[in-house]
Design a protein around this ligand. Structure first.
Ligand code: NAP
Ligand code: GCO
Length: 264
């Protein structure tokens, strides 16, 4: 196998949850560019329709499913249909996620439960749904979308940090259980990325925007394209002996204590 073939996804089917925009769409386009056939799901039929058109403009013919990743029966139905129509899921990117930025003292318990349900329980649901087929076909790749909050806390995001910290440990535990079936379970931990999800804290002049640029050694917000190479790596044969690893793609945030206000 030559070096480039190590990263080929030809003949593979990749499911990217929540892949109608943002990080999920960028990763799905990248996996398609490496040869994978793409499936995306979302809650919104309109967003799926719009995404299908956008993917098609880039030459990618995606299969779409309206599916709430927290609904175990709906997920089982989607995976069964992918099995029947496309031969099964070889690569799963657990990308779908939400965040609630509310101080813990004010956070309604239902909001906590919703974030945990989407960001932690749903990756467990979807991973289990695809793992049996992967085991029967001799292996597969699961990539969980972790976060800086898998390692760090910050004001107002307790439910998200708890979920993403848990997702790091779920990644390690499923890796432990499933590596023997050649199912590689790993994670990507993006830094602060320019997407709709970070829009509210990224407006020019917003104190958090200025903070992140200073807190990131690369001195910029990440772009969704920055995550694509790591996703192709973890989805391909190049990572066949990588298990339970969180690949942080963060511009150096986790490597650095940060700068004092008067430091350049
Ligand atoms: P985003 O723009 O908010 O996109 C999240 C996607 O997930 C949306 O398509 C959303 O669909 C979908 N989704 C949410 N709940 C769902 C559910 N119950 N069932 C199915 N789909 C659902 O987020 P993003 O910034 O691209 O982030 C993608 C992932 O990376 C998330 O897990 C996020 O936590 C993580 N992450 C983001 C950053 C960042 O800086 N942006 C950094 C680290 C990690 P709708 O739009 O229809 O709700
Ligand atoms: C926030 C941001 C972060 C990013 C990402 C960082 O409010 O702190 O939304 O949580 O989404 O998770 O890695």
């Amino acid at each position: 196998m030559n070096s480039l073939e190590l990263f080929s996804l030809e003949g593979k089917v990749a499911l990217v949850t929540g892949g109608t925009h943002g990080i999920g769409m960028a990763i799905a386009k990248g996996l398609a560019g490496a040869g994978a056939r793409i499936v995306v799901n979302d809650l919104s039929p309109d967003k799926l329709e719009a995404a299908k058109r956008e993917y098609a403009q880039g030459g990618v013919d995606v299969a779409t499913y309206i599916c709430n990743v927290t609904d175990e029966a709906a997920v089982a139905g989607m995976v069964a249909d992918i099995e029947a129509q496309m031969g099964g899921v070889d690569i799963l990117v657990n990308n779908a996620g939400i965040i609630k930025r509310i101080p813990s003292l004010d956070l309604p318990l239902q909001d906590w439960k919703t974030v945990i349900d989407v960001d932690l329980t749903a990756p467990f649901i979807v991973s289990r749904a695809v793992a049996l087929g992967m085991k029967l076909r001799g292996g597969g790749k699961i990539i969980n979308m972790c976060s800086m909050m898998s390692e760090l806390g910050r004001d107002t995001v307790a439910s998200y940090a708890a979920a993403k910290g848990g997702l790091k440990m779920l990644t390690r535990n499923l890796a432990t259980e499933w590596a023997r079936y050649n199912i590689n379970v790993n994670g990507i931990g993006p830094g602060y990325i320019e997407t709709a999800q970070t829009g509210p804290i990224r407006e020019p002049g917003h104190p958090f925007n200025d903070f992140i640029i200073r807190r990131t050694p690369a001195m910029r917000w990440g772009r969704v394209e920055d995550l694509v190479g790591g996703a192709i790596y973890l989805a391909s044969s190049a990572s066949d002996f990588v298990n339970g690893h969180i690949l942080y793609i963060d511009g150096g945030i986790l490597a650095s204590l940060g700068k004092a206000a008067n430091e350049e």
